[in-house]
Design a protein around this ligand. Structure first.
Ligand SMILES: Nc1nc2c(ncn2[C@@H]2O[C@H](COP(=O)(O)OP(=O)(O)OP(=O)(O)O)[C@@H](O)[C@H]2O)c(=O)[nH]1
Ligand SMILES: [Mg+2]
Length: 717
């Protein structure tokens, strides 16, 4: 076997840790130092014998261990790297999987065992894959201007010192509405930016909205609701409007008073241009022409020392230019990746990406934020201002995650409270002000825990972090601890499966424990038989989440989504329907899952069933997997109701669009139309489709559990 050059780095590490210089080891091997150097740099491959010689010449226990590791043959699981800290756990999983596989293949294995063996093999493979994956994301989400970008820059040292006050953050920060899209900070070959652009159609729609806004005077541009912020354009966030203005060169100039008293009035170049245009379509064409999108086709840019700037300064300038549409070669970004040559959070054993998100300006339930709750390798850091902690949008996101059946909130979410100087000291204890920040945090923490416990989330980890004063290590340790905790839970999940699989291998030989299996199976089967029917329970409607989102959304947000036929990231019909469907699924099946778990827990606490513990745990996992897959499928059904039917109903969208400008009650008019659509003849089956899917899949999940129990519970021996 020829060993891949990638081993070279590992050899160099082992040699260095053994205190040997390259030439010393080369001498022991009777090789030239040049050959060893090529091996270590990965340029020269090795035979198995040569590798064995190198490792025994290094001679440390670590090198002996590496030799042992290299002797292992991985058949079922992918081979982990030698330096993988979980290499022994994974090997245990591999060996167990090999035994399980061999037994499942043997001709005289009983069917009941075979089903469980096949299941174990699949469980081992997927849990091992999860443990092996070291790519984690820490996603910062929260209201605009809460300080997400500032905190990320603090923790990662992406700061440029200033003469006084806070250092300047590399990611642009400001008074809110700054970060234009999701920004991923990760390790790369150097300092650089890569962008995923917005689709042309999306940009065209932004420009059209902007043009419509410019053609109408601010007074006419409202949905009839009185609001002091009506001077803003609907459909485009502040971040995007700023980028469009910069790309078209149509800026606003503030009014000015000269020292001689003369007043120069404010000028909005975009409005001036609009005055010369016959209608918004022509204006839209003119704006698009000015943007010169064909020239904005660059997708990445890298630092070179010829720029004459220090790397962080260059990164800051370039990021700001791209984030504001001021860089002539870049278009409106949908996602920016910011590469650093250094290891993120200085954690060599992990590949961490820090994700900065666009601040929540209105509806918190956005697909781009909520998708992260479903990723087992993401920790969602919910950011809140101090005084409102946990803020409404954070509570809203947590509430929706709970009702959507996310089972990993406790492990994969955390609350980050971002106090500004002085806020903690303003806290009072029995009327007396806090003596110091720590005491202020403690007092606030009591309030936070109380609010979280009302939501059933009292154990959610909380950190108070003042980006201006606190050491970055505090936040770094918190983030690493969160990730480590997720890893521990994933490892424990794998261990549980290995233990169970080993027990099954043992039980297979020891038929005498069968009586216990029969008794345990019977109890579980009786419960399943009594709980398979979901149909009698109320579950709400698929449109419920959409209706409540519209109730709380700003009328401009609603207008913007309606003119985009419901497809807009700030208030997305498809996403709200997905969530509505998912909520129905969780509402129907979660209590059942909890019921099954409590029966299982009773049996697990009972020592007389100890021989059946692996069977009981395996059935719980099967039902949990079934539950997870039901909520995800429900989401897809919700999505398809939008994409297959609602999005195509042009009359509906036209009617909704016409509701703008008809005076007060805009939200109600839209929601009446939403309700009517779902209650109208022919659309009525939306709920039925979701319910049918839930029922079928729940029955399938129950059937999978029963199959594992089957032969035992019916076998009267
Ligand atoms: N004094 C002080 N100011 C802070 C602190 N954290 C953030 N700020 C300021 O608050 C403002 C908003 O911070 P950002 O980091 O831009 O907030 P954000 O959450 O990224 O905002 P968006 O990207 O617009 O959603 C900036 O002016 C920061 O300088 C802090 O701990 N202390
Ligand atoms: Mg920001």
């Amino acid at each position: 076997m020829i060993i891949d050059g990638a081993i070279g780095r590992h050899i160099a590490e082992l040699r260095e840790r053994a205190g040997l210089k390259q030439n010393e080891l080369a001498k022991k091997l009777a090789w030239s130092a040049a050959v060893l150097s090529r091996v270590e740099s990965g340029e020269r491959t090795l035979s198995e014998d040569e590798l064995g010689m190198i490792l025994s010449s290094i001679g440390t226990p670590e090198a002996t261990k590496a030799r042992e590791l290299l002797g292992r043959s991985w058949i079922i699981l992918p081979e982990p790297q030698l330096s993988d800290p979980d290499v022994d756990l994974l090997w245990d999983a591999e060996q167990t999987a090999q035994q399980i596989h061999a037994l499942a293949e043997s001709p005289d294995v009983k069917q009941f065992f075979e089903r469980r063996l096949v299941r174990y093999e699949g469980e081992l493979a997927s849990a091992a894959k999860r443990v092996m994956d070291r790519r984690f994301r820490a996603v910062f989400a929260g209201t605009i201007a809460v300080g997400k970008s500032t905190a990320i820059c603090r923790v990662e040292g992406l700061e440029i010192p200033t003469q006084k006050g806070m250092p300047k953050a590399v990611l642009e920060t400001g008074a809110g509405g700054i970060t234009i899209c999701e920004v991923h900070i990760r390790k790369g070959p150097g300092y650089g930016l890569m962008i995923d652009p917005c689709a042309e159609e999306e940009i065209r729609q932004y420009v059209l909205d902007f043009a419509n806004f410019l053609m109408n005077s601010p007074q006419n541009a409202s949905g009839g609701e009185q609001d002091e912020s009506d001077a803003a354009s609907p459909g485009i966030s502040r971040e995007v409007e700023r980028a469009l203005r910069n790309m078209t060169g149509l800026r606003r100039k503030r009014g000015e008073r000269k020292p001689n008293g003369a007043v120069i009035p404010a000028v909005d170049a975009a409005r001036e241009l609009a005055k010369t245009m016959p209608d918004s379509k022509s204006l839209c064409v003119e704006l698009l022409a000015r943007m010169e999108l064909h020239k904005r086709d660059r997708r990445d840019i890298w630092y070179s020392d010829t720029s004459g700037k220090a790397p962080l300064e260059w990164l800051q300038d370039t990021f700001e230019a791209v984030n504001n549409g001021r860089h002539g070669e870049f278009t409106v970004p949908k996602r920016i990746e910011l590469a650093l040559p250094t290891t993120v959070l200085r954690e060599e054993s992990l590949e961490i990406t820090l994700v900065d998100t666009q601040g929540i300006d209105d509806v918190a339930g956005r697909a781009d934020l909520e998708q992260h709750f479903d990723d087992p390798h993401s920790v969602v850091i919910l950011c809140s201002v101090f005084n409102e902690a946990p803020s409404t949008s954070v509570r809203h996101l947590l509430q929706r995650a709970k009702e959507g059946g996310v089972r990993t909130i406790d492990t994969n979410a955390a609350l980050l409270v971002l106090p500004r100087p002085g806020e903690a000291l303003a806290m009072k204890d029995n009327g007396y002000p806090a003596q110091n920040d720590a005491e202020g945090y403690e007092l606030k923490n009591e309030e936070v825990v109380l609010k979280l416990s009302h939501m059933g989330l009292a154990s959610l980890p909380v950190l108070f972090f003042n980006s201006a004063d606190d050491a970055p290590d505090v936040l770094r340790s918190f983030l690493i601890d969160r990730i480590r905790h997720v890893q521990d839970v994933q490892r424990e999940g794998l261990r549980e499966i290995i233990r169970g699989a080993k027990m099954l291998l043992l039980n297979y030989e020891e038929e005498q424990s069968k009586g216990i299996l029969v008794a345990a199976s019977r109890r579980l089967s009786v419960w399943l038989a009594n709980n398979s029917d979901l149909s009698k329970m109320a579950s709400g409607h698929v449109e419920d989440s959409l209706l409540s989102a519209i109730t709380i959304a700003h009328h401009r947000t609603i207008y913007a989504t309606v003119v985009r036929d419901g497809s807009w990231h700030n208030l997305d019909y498809a996403h709200q329907l997905s969530h509505g469907a998912r909520r129905m699924a969780a509402q129907l099946t979660e209590p059942k899952l909890a019921g099954f778990r409590s029966i299982a827990d009773n049996l697990l606490e009972d020592e007389q069933f100890s021989d059946a513990h692996d069977l009981i745990r395996q059935t719980v996992r099967v039902l949990e997997d079934g539950f997870d897959s039901i909520v995800r499928k429900a989401q897809l059904v919700g999505q398809s109701i939008y994409s297959d039917e609602l999005s195509k109903d042009s009359n509906f969208w036209e009617e909704c669009a016409q509701q703008w400008g008809l005076g007060g009650g805009y939200r109600d008019r839209i929601n009446t139309r939403n309700k009517n659509w779902f209650r109208a003849q022919g659309h009525n089956e939306a709920d039925a489709r979701v319910l049918q899917m839930i029922e079928n899949n729940w029955n399938e999940a129950i059937a999978s559990v029963s199959e594992l129990l089957g032969d035992n519970s019916s076998d009267e021996d």
